[in-house]
Design a binder for this molecule. Structure first.
Ligand code: NAG
Ligand code: NAG
Length: 419
Protein backbone atom coordinates (compact mmCIF):
# COMPACT_ATOMS: atom_id res chain seq x y z
CA UNK A 1 0.00 0.00 0.00
CA UNK A 2 2.68 2.38 1.07
CA UNK A 3 4.81 1.42 -1.94
CA UNK A 4 1.89 2.15 -4.24
CA UNK A 5 1.37 5.53 -2.71
CA UNK A 6 5.07 6.31 -2.96
CA UNK A 7 5.09 5.34 -6.61
CA UNK A 8 2.01 7.44 -7.26
CA UNK A 9 3.55 10.43 -5.50
CA UNK A 10 6.78 10.00 -7.40
CA UNK A 11 4.88 9.73 -10.66
CA UNK A 12 2.87 12.87 -9.88
CA UNK A 13 6.04 14.75 -8.97
CA UNK A 14 7.75 13.72 -12.19
CA UNK A 15 4.70 14.63 -14.26
CA UNK A 16 4.36 18.00 -12.53
CA UNK A 17 8.05 18.61 -13.06
CA UNK A 18 7.68 17.69 -16.71
CA UNK A 19 4.59 19.75 -17.38
CA UNK A 20 5.44 22.71 -15.17
CA UNK A 21 7.36 25.39 -16.94
CA UNK A 22 7.81 28.93 -15.73
CA UNK A 23 5.71 30.99 -18.16
CA UNK A 24 6.12 34.77 -18.08
CA UNK A 25 3.38 36.92 -16.53
CA UNK A 26 1.82 38.37 -19.65
CA UNK A 27 1.13 35.06 -21.40
CA UNK A 28 -2.54 34.03 -21.22
CA UNK A 29 -3.95 30.53 -20.64
CA UNK A 30 -0.69 29.43 -19.03
CA UNK A 31 -1.70 25.92 -18.03
CA UNK A 32 -3.03 25.13 -21.45
CA UNK A 33 0.25 26.30 -22.93
CA UNK A 34 2.27 24.23 -20.43
CA UNK A 35 0.31 21.08 -21.24
CA UNK A 36 0.54 21.74 -24.99
CA UNK A 37 4.26 22.32 -24.69
CA UNK A 38 4.81 19.20 -22.59
CA UNK A 39 3.37 17.22 -25.49
CA UNK A 40 5.81 18.83 -27.92
CA UNK A 41 8.71 18.30 -25.51
CA UNK A 42 7.81 14.64 -24.94
CA UNK A 43 7.68 14.08 -28.67
CA UNK A 44 11.02 15.84 -29.09
CA UNK A 45 12.61 13.63 -26.41
CA UNK A 46 11.14 10.54 -28.06
CA UNK A 47 12.54 11.74 -31.39
CA UNK A 48 15.99 12.18 -29.82
CA UNK A 49 15.78 8.68 -28.35
CA UNK A 50 14.72 7.13 -31.67
CA UNK A 51 17.58 8.87 -33.42
CA UNK A 52 20.04 7.72 -30.74
CA UNK A 53 18.85 4.13 -31.11
CA UNK A 54 19.05 4.40 -34.88
CA UNK A 55 15.34 3.66 -35.34
CA UNK A 56 14.32 6.86 -37.11
CA UNK A 57 15.83 10.29 -37.54
CA UNK A 58 14.64 13.20 -35.34
CA UNK A 59 12.59 15.03 -37.96
CA UNK A 60 11.04 11.76 -39.09
CA UNK A 61 9.53 11.31 -35.61
CA UNK A 62 8.53 14.99 -35.33
CA UNK A 63 6.56 14.58 -38.57
CA UNK A 64 4.01 12.78 -36.38
CA UNK A 65 2.43 16.16 -35.51
CA UNK A 66 2.01 17.03 -39.17
CA UNK A 67 0.49 13.66 -40.00
CA UNK A 68 -1.80 13.78 -36.96
CA UNK A 69 -3.19 17.18 -37.93
CA UNK A 70 -3.73 16.44 -41.61
CA UNK A 71 -7.22 16.75 -43.02
CA UNK A 72 -8.50 16.05 -46.49
CA UNK A 73 -9.21 19.45 -48.07
CA UNK A 74 -12.90 19.27 -49.02
CA UNK A 75 -15.27 21.53 -50.86
CA UNK A 76 -18.18 22.83 -48.81
CA UNK A 77 -20.86 25.34 -49.64
CA UNK A 78 -18.68 28.37 -48.92
CA UNK A 79 -15.30 27.22 -50.21
CA UNK A 80 -14.37 25.21 -53.28
CA UNK A 81 -11.14 23.26 -52.88
CA UNK A 82 -9.06 21.63 -55.60
CA UNK A 83 -5.64 20.02 -55.56
CA UNK A 84 -3.55 21.14 -58.52
CA UNK A 85 -0.01 20.89 -59.83
CA UNK A 86 1.61 24.22 -60.80
CA UNK A 87 4.65 23.51 -62.96
CA UNK A 88 5.42 20.32 -61.04
CA UNK A 89 4.61 21.78 -57.61
CA UNK A 90 1.64 20.55 -55.55
CA UNK A 91 -0.75 23.28 -54.45
CA UNK A 92 -4.15 23.38 -52.80
CA UNK A 93 -6.44 26.00 -54.34
CA UNK A 94 -9.22 27.49 -52.19
CA UNK A 95 -11.86 29.53 -54.03
CA UNK A 96 -15.10 31.17 -52.97
CA UNK A 97 -18.02 28.79 -53.50
CA UNK A 98 -20.31 29.34 -56.48
CA UNK A 99 -22.85 31.40 -54.59
CA UNK A 100 -20.31 34.03 -53.60
CA UNK A 101 -18.95 34.75 -57.05
CA UNK A 102 -20.45 37.67 -58.92
CA UNK A 103 -20.39 37.36 -62.71
CA UNK A 104 -17.15 38.67 -64.20
CA UNK A 105 -15.95 39.85 -60.80
CA UNK A 106 -12.18 39.71 -60.28
CA UNK A 107 -10.99 38.49 -56.92
CA UNK A 108 -8.01 39.06 -54.67
CA UNK A 109 -5.49 36.26 -54.10
CA UNK A 110 -3.25 35.21 -51.23
CA UNK A 111 -0.38 32.80 -51.85
CA UNK A 112 0.14 31.06 -48.50
CA UNK A 113 3.29 29.25 -47.35
CA UNK A 114 2.99 27.06 -44.26
CA UNK A 115 5.46 26.97 -41.38
CA UNK A 116 7.31 24.06 -39.78
CA UNK A 117 10.99 24.99 -39.95
CA UNK A 118 11.30 23.89 -43.61
CA UNK A 119 11.40 20.32 -42.24
CA UNK A 120 7.83 19.80 -41.00
CA UNK A 121 4.31 20.93 -41.77
CA UNK A 122 1.89 20.76 -44.66
CA UNK A 123 -0.70 22.98 -46.26
CA UNK A 124 -3.15 20.20 -45.44
CA UNK A 125 -2.83 20.57 -41.66
CA UNK A 126 -6.14 21.55 -40.08
CA UNK A 127 -5.06 25.00 -38.79
CA UNK A 128 -3.76 25.96 -42.27
CA UNK A 129 -6.86 24.57 -43.93
CA UNK A 130 -9.02 26.64 -41.56
CA UNK A 131 -6.98 29.80 -42.08
CA UNK A 132 -7.30 29.42 -45.84
CA UNK A 133 -11.09 28.97 -45.55
CA UNK A 134 -11.37 32.02 -43.31
CA UNK A 135 -9.34 34.08 -45.80
CA UNK A 136 -11.56 32.94 -48.67
CA UNK A 137 -14.87 33.60 -46.92
CA UNK A 138 -13.88 36.89 -45.30
CA UNK A 139 -12.19 38.43 -48.33
CA UNK A 140 -13.87 36.67 -51.23
CA UNK A 141 -10.30 35.82 -52.21
CA UNK A 142 -8.54 32.87 -53.84
CA UNK A 143 -5.91 31.18 -51.65
CA UNK A 144 -3.07 29.16 -53.13
CA UNK A 145 -1.45 27.02 -50.43
CA UNK A 146 1.86 25.61 -51.64
CA UNK A 147 2.94 22.08 -50.71
CA UNK A 148 6.69 22.52 -51.14
CA UNK A 149 9.19 19.71 -50.57
CA UNK A 150 10.81 19.54 -47.13
CA UNK A 151 14.32 19.34 -45.70
CA UNK A 152 16.38 17.45 -44.64
CA UNK A 153 15.47 15.14 -47.55
CA UNK A 154 15.24 18.17 -49.85
CA UNK A 155 17.60 20.77 -48.37
CA UNK A 156 17.91 24.44 -49.33
CA UNK A 157 17.28 25.73 -51.93
CA UNK A 158 14.70 23.02 -52.87
CA UNK A 159 11.84 24.32 -50.65
CA UNK A 160 12.42 27.89 -51.89
CA UNK A 161 12.68 26.78 -55.51
CA UNK A 162 9.42 24.81 -55.29
CA UNK A 163 7.64 27.83 -53.88
CA UNK A 164 9.13 30.16 -56.48
CA UNK A 165 8.25 27.86 -59.36
CA UNK A 166 4.66 27.53 -58.14
CA UNK A 167 4.32 31.29 -57.63
CA UNK A 168 5.76 32.10 -61.08
CA UNK A 169 3.30 29.70 -62.64
CA UNK A 170 0.35 31.26 -60.83
CA UNK A 171 1.40 34.82 -61.70
CA UNK A 172 0.91 34.28 -65.43
CA UNK A 173 -1.95 36.31 -66.89
CA UNK A 174 -3.80 33.34 -68.35
CA UNK A 175 -3.63 31.42 -65.06
CA UNK A 176 -4.85 34.42 -63.08
CA UNK A 177 -7.66 34.84 -65.61
CA UNK A 178 -8.60 31.17 -65.19
CA UNK A 179 -9.09 31.76 -61.45
CA UNK A 180 -10.71 35.19 -61.98
CA UNK A 181 -7.92 36.85 -59.99
CA UNK A 182 -7.15 40.57 -60.25
CA UNK A 183 -3.41 40.78 -61.14
CA UNK A 184 -3.14 44.03 -59.15
CA UNK A 185 -4.38 42.46 -55.91
CA UNK A 186 -2.13 39.53 -55.02
CA UNK A 187 -0.29 39.00 -51.73
CA UNK A 188 2.21 36.47 -50.50
CA UNK A 189 2.01 35.35 -46.90
CA UNK A 190 3.34 32.73 -44.51
CA UNK A 191 4.10 31.95 -40.89
CA UNK A 192 7.47 31.11 -39.35
CA UNK A 193 9.54 29.29 -42.02
CA UNK A 194 6.68 30.09 -44.41
CA UNK A 195 7.21 33.79 -43.57
CA UNK A 196 10.85 33.29 -44.49
CA UNK A 197 9.87 31.84 -47.87
CA UNK A 198 7.29 34.60 -48.41
CA UNK A 199 9.83 37.38 -47.75
CA UNK A 200 12.36 35.66 -50.02
CA UNK A 201 9.80 35.21 -52.81
CA UNK A 202 8.81 38.89 -52.62
CA UNK A 203 12.48 39.91 -52.99
CA UNK A 204 13.22 37.51 -55.80
CA UNK A 205 10.16 38.47 -57.85
CA UNK A 206 11.17 42.12 -57.61
CA UNK A 207 14.60 41.28 -59.05
CA UNK A 208 13.22 39.20 -61.90
CA UNK A 209 13.27 41.32 -65.08
CA UNK A 210 10.83 39.01 -66.85
CA UNK A 211 8.22 39.23 -64.13
CA UNK A 212 5.20 41.21 -65.35
CA UNK A 213 2.71 40.75 -62.54
CA UNK A 214 3.92 42.26 -59.25
CA UNK A 215 2.78 41.52 -55.70
CA UNK A 216 0.69 44.13 -53.93
CA UNK A 217 1.45 43.05 -50.37
CA UNK A 218 3.38 40.66 -48.15
CA UNK A 219 2.17 39.44 -44.77
CA UNK A 220 4.86 37.85 -42.62
CA UNK A 221 3.70 36.10 -39.46
CA UNK A 222 6.47 35.63 -36.86
CA UNK A 223 8.90 34.99 -39.73
CA UNK A 224 12.43 33.51 -39.62
CA UNK A 225 14.62 36.01 -41.45
CA UNK A 226 18.30 35.47 -40.72
CA UNK A 227 20.78 32.77 -39.73
CA UNK A 228 23.92 34.82 -39.03
CA UNK A 229 23.16 35.73 -35.43
CA UNK A 230 21.38 33.11 -33.35
CA UNK A 231 22.00 35.03 -30.11
CA UNK A 232 19.83 38.11 -30.59
CA UNK A 233 18.13 39.34 -27.39
CA UNK A 234 14.99 37.39 -28.31
CA UNK A 235 16.99 34.18 -28.86
CA UNK A 236 18.51 34.67 -25.40
CA UNK A 237 15.35 35.76 -23.61
CA UNK A 238 13.20 32.98 -25.07
CA UNK A 239 15.64 30.11 -25.37
CA UNK A 240 13.38 27.76 -23.36
CA UNK A 241 10.03 29.20 -24.38
CA UNK A 242 7.25 27.02 -25.79
CA UNK A 243 6.79 25.86 -28.47
CA UNK A 244 9.99 26.78 -30.23
CA UNK A 245 13.01 26.55 -27.91
CA UNK A 246 16.30 27.81 -29.32
CA UNK A 247 17.63 24.26 -29.74
CA UNK A 248 14.75 23.35 -32.03
CA UNK A 249 15.16 26.51 -34.13
CA UNK A 250 18.89 25.80 -34.46
CA UNK A 251 18.03 22.24 -35.47
CA UNK A 252 15.67 23.55 -38.16
CA UNK A 253 18.25 26.02 -39.47
CA UNK A 254 21.07 23.50 -39.62
CA UNK A 255 18.90 20.80 -41.19
CA UNK A 256 17.58 23.25 -43.79
CA UNK A 257 21.16 23.28 -45.08
CA UNK A 258 22.67 19.93 -44.16
CA UNK A 259 22.23 16.83 -41.99
CA UNK A 260 25.88 17.14 -40.95
CA UNK A 261 25.80 17.64 -37.17
CA UNK A 262 28.93 19.84 -37.25
CA UNK A 263 26.84 22.75 -38.43
CA UNK A 264 24.27 22.19 -35.68
CA UNK A 265 26.98 22.30 -33.00
CA UNK A 266 28.59 25.41 -34.48
CA UNK A 267 25.19 27.14 -34.64
CA UNK A 268 24.42 26.21 -31.03
CA UNK A 269 27.45 28.25 -29.94
CA UNK A 270 26.74 30.95 -32.57
CA UNK A 271 30.17 30.30 -34.09
CA UNK A 272 29.07 29.30 -37.59
CA UNK A 273 30.09 32.53 -39.32
CA UNK A 274 32.98 32.75 -41.74
CA UNK A 275 34.97 35.78 -42.89
CA UNK A 276 32.57 35.98 -45.83
CA UNK A 277 29.34 35.97 -43.82
CA UNK A 278 30.91 38.31 -41.22
CA UNK A 279 30.86 41.05 -43.86
CA UNK A 280 27.06 40.79 -43.88
CA UNK A 281 26.66 41.00 -40.09
CA UNK A 282 25.92 44.71 -40.47
CA UNK A 283 22.52 43.80 -41.92
CA UNK A 284 21.53 41.85 -38.81
CA UNK A 285 23.20 44.10 -36.25
CA UNK A 286 20.53 44.27 -33.59
CA UNK A 287 22.19 47.11 -31.75
CA UNK A 288 21.41 49.21 -34.85
CA UNK A 289 18.02 47.79 -35.87
CA UNK A 290 16.21 46.99 -32.63
CA UNK A 291 14.41 49.75 -30.77
CA UNK A 292 15.82 50.07 -27.23
CA UNK A 293 12.72 48.53 -25.69
CA UNK A 294 13.56 45.26 -27.46
CA UNK A 295 17.27 45.39 -26.60
CA UNK A 296 16.54 45.32 -22.87
CA UNK A 297 19.65 44.74 -20.79
CA UNK A 298 21.42 42.71 -23.49
CA UNK A 299 24.78 43.93 -24.77
CA UNK A 300 25.75 43.50 -28.39
CA UNK A 301 28.54 41.04 -29.16
CA UNK A 302 29.19 40.34 -32.81
CA UNK A 303 29.06 36.56 -33.45
CA UNK A 304 32.54 35.06 -33.39
CA UNK A 305 34.07 33.29 -36.36
CA UNK A 306 34.17 29.54 -35.83
CA UNK A 307 37.28 27.40 -36.17
CA UNK A 308 35.64 25.17 -38.75
CA UNK A 309 34.44 28.25 -40.60
CA UNK A 310 37.88 29.84 -40.62
CA UNK A 311 39.37 26.65 -41.99
CA UNK A 312 36.81 26.63 -44.76
CA UNK A 313 37.60 30.19 -45.76
CA UNK A 314 41.15 29.21 -46.62
CA UNK A 315 40.26 26.73 -49.29
CA UNK A 316 36.74 27.72 -50.39
CA UNK A 317 35.49 24.14 -50.68
CA UNK A 318 37.82 22.71 -48.04
CA UNK A 319 40.12 19.71 -48.26
CA UNK A 320 37.37 17.15 -48.84
CA UNK A 321 35.21 17.18 -51.95
CA UNK A 322 32.06 17.82 -49.93
CA UNK A 323 32.05 21.18 -48.15
CA UNK A 324 31.75 20.84 -44.39
CA UNK A 325 29.75 24.03 -44.15
CA UNK A 326 27.23 25.24 -46.71
CA UNK A 327 28.79 28.69 -46.95
CA UNK A 328 26.95 29.80 -50.03
CA UNK A 329 23.64 29.04 -48.35
CA UNK A 330 24.50 30.87 -45.14
CA UNK A 331 25.08 34.13 -47.01
CA UNK A 332 22.16 33.66 -49.43
CA UNK A 333 19.29 36.16 -49.05
CA UNK A 334 16.89 33.44 -50.27
CA UNK A 335 17.62 31.75 -46.92
CA UNK A 336 18.10 34.96 -44.91
CA UNK A 337 16.03 37.78 -46.47
CA UNK A 338 17.47 40.21 -43.89
CA UNK A 339 20.79 40.00 -45.76
CA UNK A 340 19.41 41.87 -48.77
CA UNK A 341 21.01 45.30 -49.23
CA UNK A 342 18.81 48.39 -49.00
CA UNK A 343 18.53 48.71 -52.78
CA UNK A 344 16.74 45.36 -52.90
CA UNK A 345 14.37 46.29 -50.08
CA UNK A 346 13.28 49.65 -51.51
CA UNK A 347 11.00 48.34 -54.30
CA UNK A 348 9.28 45.72 -52.10
CA UNK A 349 5.50 45.64 -51.64
CA UNK A 350 3.98 46.96 -48.44
CA UNK A 351 4.33 44.65 -45.51
CA UNK A 352 2.45 43.36 -42.48
CA UNK A 353 4.85 41.92 -39.91
CA UNK A 354 3.55 40.12 -36.84
CA UNK A 355 5.96 39.50 -33.97
CA UNK A 356 5.53 37.87 -30.56
CA UNK A 357 7.32 38.89 -27.38
CA UNK A 358 7.94 35.29 -26.28
CA UNK A 359 9.54 34.04 -29.46
CA UNK A 360 13.19 33.46 -30.36
CA UNK A 361 12.33 34.92 -33.79
CA UNK A 362 10.90 38.18 -32.42
CA UNK A 363 14.01 40.21 -33.28
CA UNK A 364 14.21 38.83 -36.83
CA UNK A 365 10.78 40.34 -37.52
CA UNK A 366 11.47 43.58 -35.66
CA UNK A 367 14.77 44.12 -37.51
CA UNK A 368 13.11 43.49 -40.88
CA UNK A 369 10.36 45.98 -39.99
CA UNK A 370 13.04 48.58 -39.18
CA UNK A 371 15.05 47.90 -42.31
CA UNK A 372 12.01 47.95 -44.62
CA UNK A 373 10.80 51.20 -43.06
CA UNK A 374 14.24 52.79 -43.49
CA UNK A 375 14.12 51.72 -47.14
CA UNK A 376 10.77 53.49 -47.55
CA UNK A 377 8.46 50.47 -47.59
CA UNK A 378 5.06 50.90 -45.93
CA UNK A 379 5.17 48.55 -42.92
CA UNK A 380 2.47 47.64 -40.43
CA UNK A 381 4.25 46.07 -37.47
CA UNK A 382 1.99 44.28 -34.99
CA UNK A 383 3.76 43.22 -31.84
CA UNK A 384 1.91 40.92 -29.44
CA UNK A 385 3.20 41.50 -25.90
CA UNK A 386 1.52 38.26 -24.75
CA UNK A 387 2.31 36.31 -27.91
CA UNK A 388 4.34 33.12 -28.24
CA UNK A 389 5.70 31.45 -31.36
CA UNK A 390 3.20 29.44 -33.34
CA UNK A 391 0.22 31.00 -31.55
CA UNK A 392 -1.72 31.52 -34.79
CA UNK A 393 -1.95 27.79 -35.33
CA UNK A 394 -3.81 27.13 -32.09
CA UNK A 395 -7.33 27.69 -33.34
CA UNK A 396 -8.62 24.14 -32.92
CA UNK A 397 -9.81 22.33 -29.79
CA UNK A 398 -8.18 21.07 -27.52
CA UNK A 399 -5.32 23.45 -28.17
CA UNK A 400 -7.38 26.53 -28.85
CA UNK A 401 -6.01 29.84 -27.59
CA UNK A 402 -7.89 33.16 -27.59
CA UNK A 403 -4.81 35.00 -28.83
CA UNK A 404 -4.88 32.92 -32.03
CA UNK A 405 -8.34 34.27 -32.86
CA UNK A 406 -7.28 37.85 -32.17
CA UNK A 407 -4.21 37.45 -34.38
CA UNK A 408 -6.25 35.93 -37.20
CA UNK A 409 -8.82 38.72 -37.04
CA UNK A 410 -6.15 41.42 -37.20
CA UNK A 411 -4.33 39.72 -40.07
CA UNK A 412 -7.54 39.40 -42.08
CA UNK A 413 -8.48 43.01 -41.31
CA UNK A 414 -5.11 44.19 -42.62
CA UNK A 415 -5.54 42.19 -45.82
CA UNK A 416 -9.05 43.59 -46.26
CA UNK A 417 -7.67 47.15 -46.06
CA UNK A 418 -4.45 46.66 -47.96
CA UNK A 419 -5.01 44.06 -50.63
C1 NAG B 1 26.83 47.06 -34.75
O1 NAG B 1 26.31 48.34 -34.46
C2 NAG B 1 27.00 49.01 -33.43
C3 NAG B 1 26.23 50.28 -33.09
O2 NAG B 1 25.50 50.78 -34.15
C4 NAG B 1 28.44 49.25 -33.87
O3 NAG B 1 29.15 49.88 -32.84
C5 NAG B 1 29.08 47.90 -34.21
O4 NAG B 1 30.37 48.13 -34.72
C6 NAG B 1 28.27 47.16 -35.23
N1 NAG B 1 28.83 45.83 -35.43
C7 NAG B 1 28.73 45.17 -36.59
C8 NAG B 1 29.39 43.83 -36.64
O5 NAG B 1 28.17 45.62 -37.57
C1 NAG C 1 0.76 53.21 -45.63
O1 NAG C 1 -0.44 52.47 -45.74
C2 NAG C 1 -1.51 53.03 -45.01
C3 NAG C 1 -2.68 52.06 -45.09
O2 NAG C 1 -2.82 51.51 -46.35
C4 NAG C 1 -1.85 54.39 -45.60
O3 NAG C 1 -2.90 54.97 -44.87
C5 NAG C 1 -0.62 55.26 -45.51
O4 NAG C 1 -0.87 56.50 -46.16
C6 NAG C 1 0.56 54.61 -46.17
N1 NAG C 1 1.77 55.38 -45.89
C7 NAG C 1 2.64 55.69 -46.83
C8 NAG C 1 3.82 56.47 -46.37
O5 NAG C 1 2.50 55.37 -48.00
Amino acid sequence: MRTNRTILLLFAAITAYYVYLPIPGQVEEKWKLMITDSFFRSLSHLADLCELLGLKDYMGVMMFITVMEKVAPVTDERVQVTEEVFDGVDVVVYEPGQRQVGAGELRRAVIYLHGGGWCLGSSRMEPYDLLARTTVSELNAVVISVEYRLAPEHPFPAPFEDVYRGVKYFLQEHVLAHYSVDPARIAVSGDSAGGNLAAAVAQKLQQDPEQLVALKAQALLYPVLQVLDLNTPSYQQNQDMPILPRTLMVRFWSQYFTSDKTLFHAMMTNSHNSAKSAQLLKFVNWSSYLPESFQGAYRYNAPSLGAAAAEMDNGEEGPSSRPLFPFQAITDPRASPLLAPEGCLRPLPKAYILTCEYDVLRDDGVMYATRLQKAGVNVTHRHYGAGFHGALMFTVWPTEFQIAHRMTADYIAWLRENL
